[in-house]
Design a protein. Structure first.
Length: 286
């Protein structure tokens, strides 16, 4: 989930007030649900990274497609986030290979969908977009926050279509269970799409864990370091789940980034380095 969306969910008041302490802890939870040089020779992008729209199975989808080469790197936004959050990363990675970022239904100029906003449907819609863009698998998947949860579902559900997985301060499948359970009054304001996704994040998490884990291919987990300085019942639970994401994927590499939750915009160079490392690993194993 993006910080802008979170600011619409809760308002932080005086720290001495018990309710505000609870909200502060909940904020810490939401902030999660939020350097190898590429060996191959860089190639110039085939087109400028400009935003386009395309009709995919009767629905308008806004996306950016740039660069050329394989494997294609596919970006998934956090809850309430937009494809612009990846601009700095795209500008670098498109020098090496094809990149695609897009807005899910209800964000930007992407038309709202009438299907449930869970991981199953979001992954299926992304596959439709990739097919419409003539991008063949396997892909390197990169997901931030809740987008990381959706990419976990994609990788587990369609492992043959995935070359590698990069989770950027990803939502844990059990993020909003136990001590991390959300207060029913916390609703993203003005974002219908975000609320519809938030309502089904627990169902998506359960669906992720019901599938076999993604193994045998590289996984890199970028985790935000700064939230670890926040303590309290909810914050401690969120940070334990932040640590636990990497444990879901045997052999995963976890990298702690000196950043808040919004790593793609606060520390885009760390995302770029992770993608470059992933591309080098994927090319080496071919």
């Amino acid at each position: 989930m993006s910080i802008d969306a979170i600011r619409d969910v809760v308002a932080i008041g005086p720290a001495r007030n018990a309710m505000n302490r609870r909200l502060h802890g909940a904020l810490a939870v939401l902030l999660l649900a939020a350097n190898t040089v590429l060996a191959a020779q860089a190639v110039p992008p085939s087109a400028t990274a400009t935003t386009s729209t395309e009709n995919v199975k009767g629905r308008q989808v806004e996306y950016v497609l740039a660069g050329r080469g394989t494997p294609a790197v596919v970006f998934e936004n956090g809850l309430g986030g937009a494809l612009d959050n990846w601009r700095q990363v795209i500008s670098e990675i498109s020098k090496y290979t094809t990149v695609l970022a897009y807005n899910r239904p209800g964000y930007g100029d992407s038309a709202m969908a009438d299907t449930p906003r869970d991981g199953e449907h979001i992954a299926s819609e992304l596959r439709d977009l990739l097919a419409a863009a003539h991008l063949k698998p396997p892909y390197v998947l990169v997901g931030h926050s809740a987008g990381g949860l959706y990419m976990q579902y994609f990788a587990r559900r369609y492992p043959r279509e995935v070359a590698g997985l990069i989770l950027v301060d990803s939502t844990h499948p059990q993020q909003f269970q136990g001590k991390g359970a959300l207060d029913g009054n916390m609703r993203p304001r003005r974002q219908v799409a975000a609320q519809k996704e938030l309502d089904l994040l627990n169902a998506t998490g359960e669906a992720v864990l019901a599938l076999p884990t993604f193994t045998g291919k590289p996984v890199i987990v970028l985790s935000a370091l700064k939230p670890l300085s926040v303590h309290g019942e909810y914050a401690d639970d969120a940070n334990e789940k932040r640590r636990g994401v990497a444990r879901l994927y045997p052999g995963a590499k976890q990298v702690w980034v000196d950043s808040g939750h919004k790593i793609p915009t606060e520390k885009p160079e760390n995302v770029t380095e992770a993608v470059q490392e992933m591309l080098a690993a994927v090319k080496h194993t071919k």
